[in-house]
Ligand binder design. Structure first.
Ligand code: NAP
Length: 469
């Protein structure tokens, strides 16, 4: 929660709708990371109220604004000044207060997309780019690609006339920057003509097709299209892997969601609002915000490691929490601490059932108190109860660390603190218990990671990769 007082700098977002925006998460987290006394608030503005909203923001001494759909172009007449790049593409998404008390408009969608591409290692120089869509975000995307050295930019749109208009306007803007005409408008269905050239290209998906809940659609469904795609970026980031990205990945392309663009357009805006304080966001800070965005979009609020004893949960959860800079909860340790006795003692005095009740109670508390962004190392028997599995599904992404009975026996044979292994034939007990539990582990798992013959570091890296973190 950001601290506010009479000195708090206020920034915000105007648009319609704004209810599902992720910008407050970005900016309020940045404020807390950089120690700036600032809050960020979304404002839903009705169409007729745009001018009043801008003047009202000035009157209320609001220091910075983001502008989103449908006002990125309409807001320009109400600004004191516009940055030349934003003027060239005819759209702004960031307003910064001027010395005279008005607002100057910038386009950090474009700079954000460029930073995201740099971060992902997408090189535009001398490349052919195919942009799908000719709406608000396709325009800065086309300008950026041409301005950063792409050889040719094809702009494909369902409504051909719009592609023609946008291509003409972007080519005119490029001319004012002494760059030749590079943007070629096309009808969406004419993509086959590009395939005929046999050239490999970067494909950037700028339509709203595939956006949640329309997750089973791609603007081009033909698998042939994806064969020549070297890199594919979808500016839609909800879901993280759209159908367009799935098709591209399956055809062998490198794929990137639009979430990094969202991150960097926010970071660029934040730096503009705080330029007098000399604020520059480091890569580590950017990565930290990105992880929160990923967790938010993926709907995973926690990462939960489950598996049989000896599967590596404790070591791997520590490494994972360290790598992701998340806090760690070990459910066995929490129960031992709250009870003031060891699990061995709880088993001996109260019996296994009481211990299982304590586990359920703890999961219930995590769920109802909305604990977020923890790595949770789970007691080995927790997923056996159905009600526990239902709770686990609610609180995060579950990772099943799988190990063979032989590996488990090797890892735990000298450990005397395992009450369930106090058996004349522990190896046979492991085989039986594992057979009894495996279907429960698999049932609740979002991902499964085989841990046999792997180091804890390798397992950690595999989890991060599989969860796309
Ligand atoms: P927009 O101005 O409304 O443009 C929508 C585009 O999608 C138009 O080209 C439209 O074609 C096309 N389209 C819509 N439905 C279609 C369909 N069924 N078949 C074929 N084409 C279709 O929206 P925008 O501002 O450009 O944003 C587009 C998407 O980009 C948004 O959904 C948003 O998720 C994403 N975005 C992401 C970021 C980020 O930071 N990652 C930033 C901005 C936007 P017509 O012209 O034929 O209607």
């Amino acid at each position: 929660m950001n601290y506010t007082d009479g000195y708090t700098k206020t920034c915000g977002l105007i648009g319609n709708p704004v209810k599902h925006t992720m910008s407050p998460l970005i900016h309020n987290s940045l404020a807390s990371l950089t120690g700036i006394n600032m809050v960020y608030v979304p404002f839903e503005v009705k169409e007729k109220e745009l001018k009043n909203a801008v003047n009202g923001a000035i009157a209320l001494d609001i220091q910075g604004m983001n502008v989103t759909i449908p006002y990125k172009t309409d807001v320009i007449p109400f600004l004191e000044d516009v940055d030349p790049l934003a003027k060239a593409i005819g759209a702004v998404n960031t307003l910064v207060r001027t010395k005279n008390g008005g607002f100057k408009g910038y386009n950090t969608d474009m700079t954000g997309l460029f930073h995201a591409m740099q971060d992902e290692g997408i090189e535009l120089k001398d490349k052919t780019v195919v942009i799908l869509g000719a709406g608000g975000v396709a325009r800065p995307t086309a300008f950026l690609c041409a301005n950063k050295g792409a050889k040719k930019v094809y702009l494909l749109n369902r409504t051909y006339e719009k592609a023609v208009d946008v291509a003409r306007e972007v080519n005119e803007a490029l001319e004012s920057f002494d760059i030749g005409e590079k943007v070629v408008p096309m009808k969406l269905e004419d993509y086959t003509k590009i395939l005929d050239t046999n050239e490999h290209f970067i494909a950037i998906q700028c339509t709203s097709v595939g956006l949640f809940p329309d997750v089973n659609s791609a603007v081009i469904e033909d698998k042939e299209f994806y064969k020549n795609v070297s890199s594919a970026m979808d500016l839609v980031y909800r879901p993280l892997e759209t159908k367009f990205l799935k098709l591209a990945r399956r055809a062998g392309a490198k794929t990137f969601s639009g979430l990094k663009m969202l991150l960097y357009q926010g970071i660029d805006a934040y730096e503009l609002w705080n330029q007098d304080e000399g604020v520059k966001i480091s890569k580590e800070q950017a990565d930290e915000i990105y992880r929160s965005l990923m967790l938010d979009v993926a709907g995973a609020t926690n990462i939960i490691l489950e598996g049989f004893m000896g599967s590596g949960k404790s070591t791997v959860s520590e490494l994972l929490a360290d790598r992701l800079r998340m806090e760690l909860i070990d459910t066995d340790a929490v129960i031992e601490e709250t009870e003031g006795r060891s699990i061995n003692e709880i088993f001996e005095t109260d019996g296994e059932n009481s211990f299982r009740d304590m586990e359920t109670e703890l999961l219930d508390a995590i769920c109802s108190d909305h604990w977020r962004e923890f790595v949770i190392s789970l007691g080995g028997g927790m997923p056996v109860r159905e009600e526990n599995r239902a709770l686990l599904r609610k609180i995060g992404k579950v990772v099943f660390l799988k190990a063979s009975p032989e590996t488990i026996f090797e890892r735990v044979k000298n450990d005397n603190n395992r009450p369930l292994l106090k058996d004349p034939d522990p190896q046979a007990k492991i085989i039986k218990m594992l057979a009894d539990r495996i279907s429960f582990y698999e049932d609740v798992a979002d991902i499964v990671v085989d841990t046999d013959n792997k180091t804890p570091e390798e397992i950690t890296a595999e989890i991060i990769e599989k969860l796309g973190l």
